[in-house]
Design a binder for this molecule. Structure first.
Ligand code: PMP
Length: 420
């Protein structure tokens, strides 16, 4: 372990994060389970990339089959990308019917920004002040983790993010209007500064904001403000997409909002690096007119085979219904724990946040201790939120009730073991 850490530092450079004080050296995965180099088994309650389960045999077989036949780029004709685009767009409403395939969520979000520029001819963008949309130069301007060198661009406005512990406007009921007011003020500033307003990028469940438990309809007032100003609604579905919400394929449909263009990523290829943008034809046409676009690896036959197999498995194994049922079971189980640190438990399908607070204030140190304690008990989770005080459980979609119960028991035990 120390040897691996030293090699990482020597070969990959400094400041490369690992999860956990005692990092896990994983060598094998199957379904919702991971095994470390010593043969110890961990329940994965964190990784949404392995959406249909680690190393799902159907996805593995599809990748191998296609890799043995052909893998080249989209300047040659191939049915793979067309068959996949047909299946993918069939899951979308709102006229979202055309696709660009890329390799990462960051690239997809970068395209969303350029689409909004192409449609509006403007360059001002808005996102929340507690988010992450990727790591290209452009989208890192919308991310709050590390301020860009020289500060945020003058064409970027970061509006107060929804929050469960300290809701905007003072209450959950006032929050939708208060959030929209923040967006309206930002639009006015961008127009005043001469950039104009191109688009508003958001995650439908506000995942990186800490899953603040907004309800369907939350974004209604904001959507109205954005539309009135002529900007685009850019939905980042990298986290909630592909049925994780349980009730809907896409987070924006769960939320009840109609975006102009959408980015997809993480779960799309079950670990194979494939991502996409789905847009209305008018938006796509404006983008292609302004920028053209070619991505060497995006949409190659192997990526399409992997992504297609993921759609097969979601359907064949009833994984959306499973997300709804087991997600509700997980929230119920954690909700029943009634520990004084638990200030709120909320879930959208198989995406669960547990807010830890002491005297109404974020319990950051305690959340860190719980994550470590669960790792010692063989359950992998993460944390999120402005103060990193919200436990994040986002397991692969095939998790069963009995496995969710293992996570709840480990959480109860971890909380009980905290110093009083
Ligand atoms: N959008 C969101 C909401 C994300 O959480 C992430 C990754 N954590 C990205 C975009 C970027 O995706 P990628 O790492 O594939 O570039």
């Amino acid at each position: 372990m120390t040897d691996l850490l030293a090699r990482r530092a020597r070969l990959l450079g400094p400041n490369l994060p690992t999860f956990y004080d005692d990092p896990v050296h994983i060598v094998r995965g199957k379904g919702v389970w991971l095994w470390d180099a010593e043969g110890r088994r961990y329940l994965d309650c964190y990784n949404n990339v392995a959406h249909v389960g680690h190393c799902h045999p159907k996805v593995v077989a599809a990748i191998c089959r296609q890799a043995a036949v052909l893998n080249t780029h989209t300047r040659y004709l191939h049915e793979g990308i067309l068959d996949y685009a047909e299946r993918l767009t069939a899951t979308f409403g709102h006229g979202l019917s055309q696709v660009i395939m890329v390799c990462t969520g960051s690239e997809a979000n970068d395209i969303l920004l350029r689409m909004a520029q192409a449609v509006t001819g403007k360059s001002g963008f808005i996102a929340t002040d507690n988010t992450y949309h990727g790591n290209t130069w452009a989208v890192s301007q919308l991310s709050s983790r590390r301020p860009p060198v020289g500060g945020y661009g003058a064409n970027i406005r970061r509006v107060p993010a929804p929050d469960a512990l300290a809701p905007l406007g003072g209450s959950a009921a006032a929050q939708p209007a208060a959030f929209a007011a923040g967006v309206a003020a930002a639009i006015a500033e961008l127009e005043e500064a001469g950039f104009g307003f191109a688009g508003f990028m958001f995650c439908p469940v506000f995942a990186n904001e800490g899953l603040p438990g907004v309800s369907p309809g939350f974004l209604g007032p904001t959507a109205e403000v954005v539309r009135r100003a002529g900007g685009l609604l850019l939905a980042d579905e990298v986290q909630p997409g592909f049925g994780r919400c349980g009730s809907h394929w896409w987070g924006h449909d769960w939320l009840g909002v109609a975006p102009d263009a959408v980015s997809l990523g993480k779960p799309m290829g079950n670990g194979h690096p494939v991502a996409a943008v789905v847009a209305r034809p008018d938006v796509m046409a404006a983008f292609r007119q302004a920028f053209g676009y070619f991505n060497t690896f995006g949409g190659n036959p192997v990526s399409c085979a992997a992504a297609s197999a993921v759609l097969d498995v979601i359907g064949d194994e009833g994984l959306m219904a499973n997300a709804a049922a087991v997600g509700a079971h997980l929230v119920e189980g954690i909700g029943a724990l009634r520990h004084p640190l638990i200030a709120g438990v909320r879930g959208v399908g198989l995406f669960v946040g547990v807010e830890l607070a002491r005297d109404g204030r974020p319990a950051t140190a305690e959340a860190a201790a719980v994550v470590e304690a669960m790792r010692r008990r063989g359950v992998l989770i993460g944390r999120v939120g402005r103060a990193q005080h919200i436990l994040k459980l986002r397991p692969p979609m095939p998790i069963r009730r009995e496995e969710a119960d293992i996570a709840v028991a480990a959480l109860a035990d971890a909380l009980a073991g905290l110093p009083a």
